[in-house]
Design a protein around this ligand. Structure first.
Ligand SMILES: Nc1ncnc2c1ncn2[C@@H]1O[C@H](COP(=O)(O)OP(=O)(O)O)[C@@H](O)[C@H]1O
Ligand SMILES: [Mg+2]
Length: 457
């Protein structure tokens, strides 16, 4: 599967992040004084996940529940909406998603814009939603460049009820419809609305799964050949570029994993025997997720979990979900033949288990607040090495630990400070020059940071 990477993010009006822009690399480590907004930056990804992976599918679960109420989410309880702009890159296209989130009577997305660009195919498409209307726009020269036979083919393929919408797009390059959809990332509702504009509203069955063909018919665009697995077999399928982008964005938000400091007491408690694939932010459901993964893998813990522990401890520890007599489940370890129940497990073991299980979910973004908590400096090195090796995951960490800072290149660092206008984040200006200077002075990165030598660039 092609992977979508978040390259840049700008956020306005989220907690202390009044207006923050940051470029993201594979590894991003936020350092800064207490109460400068590091945790808030981590929490931004939790809000994005709550919004796009949960709320737009099921608008009864408020995406601000972690912060109790919307006033706590916006900058100083402001009446202004929150706004996030994200730039994504994939091997096939670039995408920009701009979203405004506001609370008037209830939470809503009054404005949202998705732009998907594919310069190599001269294809630029935008979907824009303002309150109850959605507009699709495709660049004119792409549409004009379609061969007459392609246009004919599309019109022939189009079901009668979709034909009017398609003709209009071909003629005018855009189409605006009313929509009740919460978000562009609930695309079925949007496209069904576009098709329904045509003659046969009654022909649309809103409950039916909207197929790729329906999208293609309303929004002509380049097709990509992609390999998909059907059971045991790999088959080649054509996928519409816009459909692919929408699907990958949905997947991106679903796969965000955010970890804040662990609630070790709760992580140790036996939990009701329930399948839960997603880790709680404080690792409270570690036993459930271990149990779920264990069962999905036919009674095995993923190798990477135990190998991470082995690298950290220098010895083998086996983990497994142990059922209790009263039908709950808990995290249990075996070491040197002895069984270790939760009270005998160290915090570091639980934390490593949490990180290992998080990696197992192949996160798009893995954001870990205070990554060093519970971990020895040597263990941290193992963890950072592991996180650095994840090609397709954007890793965002915060730290107060010089041991972590000294494992970094200047390029990895994001400086965080609190100003009158709220939190500011920025990368080091001339990382290469800084690296040279530190070498000459015989200083480590953390020494330079603590004694104020990073600011000059
Ligand atoms: N809704 C909000 N509006 C404005 N500022 C906020 C809001 N919520 C938190 N803050 C600010 O953020 C600070 C805490 O930031 P945090 O990210 O926890 O800092 P740290 O860098 O220590 O992780 C608070 O002291 C407060 O100044
Ligand atoms: Mg913090």
């Amino acid at each position: 599967m092609a992977n979508l990477r978040l390259r840049r993010i700008r956020v306005r009006n989220f907690k202390s992040l009044g207006d923050v822009r940051v470029e993201l690399r594979q590894l991003n480590v936020v350092i800064g004084p207490n109460a400068s907004g590091k945790t808030n930056f981590i929490e931004l990804f939790l809000l994005l996940k709550e919004l796009y992976a949960r709320y737009v599918r099921n608008p009864v679960i408020p995406p601000y529940r972690y912060w109790w109420r919307w006033e706590n989410v916006v900058w100083r309880g402001s009446d202004e909406p929150m706004r996030v702009e994200m730039d994504f890159e994939s091997p096939d296209y670039e995408a920009r998603l701009d979203v405004v989130v506001d609370y008037v009577d209830r939470l809503a997305i009054p404005y949202e814009r998705l732009e998907v660009r594919c310069p190599s195919r001269n294809y630029y498409v935008t979907l824009e939603k303002r309150h109850g209307t959605a507009t699709l726009t495709i660049n004119r020269d792409y549409l004009e460049g379609l061969a007459p036979s392609e246009v004919k083919g599309l019109l022939k393929l189009a079901a009668p009820h979709a034909r009017e919408a398609l003709e209009r797009v071909l003629r005018e390059g855009s189409l605006t419809v009313r929509t009740a959809a919460e978000s562009l990332l609930a695309p079925r509702a949007i496209f069904a609305g576009m098709v329904a504009r045509g003659e046969g509203v009654a022909a649309i069955n809103y409950g039916r799964d909207f197929s790729d063909r329906d999208y293609v018919l309303v929004a002509p665009g380049p097709l990509r050949r992609v390999a998909v697995r059907v059971g045991e077999r790999q088959v080649l399928r054509f996928e519409h570029l816009l459909v692919m982008a929408l699907r990958e964005l949905e997947r991106f938000f679903r796969r965000i994993v955010v970890l804040k400091p662990m609630d070790a007491q709760s992580a140790r408690e036996p939990k009701p025997l329930r399948l839960e694939a997603e880790l709680d932010v404080h690792l409270r459901n570690l036993a459930n997720v271990l149990y779920t993964v264990f069962h999905r893998r036919g009674g095995r813990v993923p190798d990477r979990v135990e190998s991470l522990i082995k690298l950290a401890y220098g010895r083998e520890v086996h983990l497994w979900p142990k059922p209790t007599e009263d039908g709950r489940v808990m995290v249990c370890a075996t070491e040197g033949g002895a069984e270790l129940p939760p009270p005998c497990l160290s915090d570091s073991l639980l934390k490593l288990l949490g990180i290992g299980l998080a990696l197992e979910q192949e996160p798009s973004v893995l954001a870990i607040d205070q990554v060093e908590d519970s971990l020895h400096a040597k263990t941290i090195e193992v963890v950072i090495d592991e996180l650095r090796s994840l090609g397709s995951t954007t890793v965002i960490l915060t730290t107060h630990s010089p041991a972590v800072i000294d494992l970094l290149s200047p390029e990895d660092v994001v400086l965080c400070e609190m100003t009158e206008e709220g939190t500011k984040l920025r990368r080091l200006r001339e990382p290469e020059a800084l690296r040279r200077r530190l070498g000459e002075l015989g200083l480590t990165l953390s020494e330079a940071y603590i004694y104020g030598g990073l600011d000059g660039g």
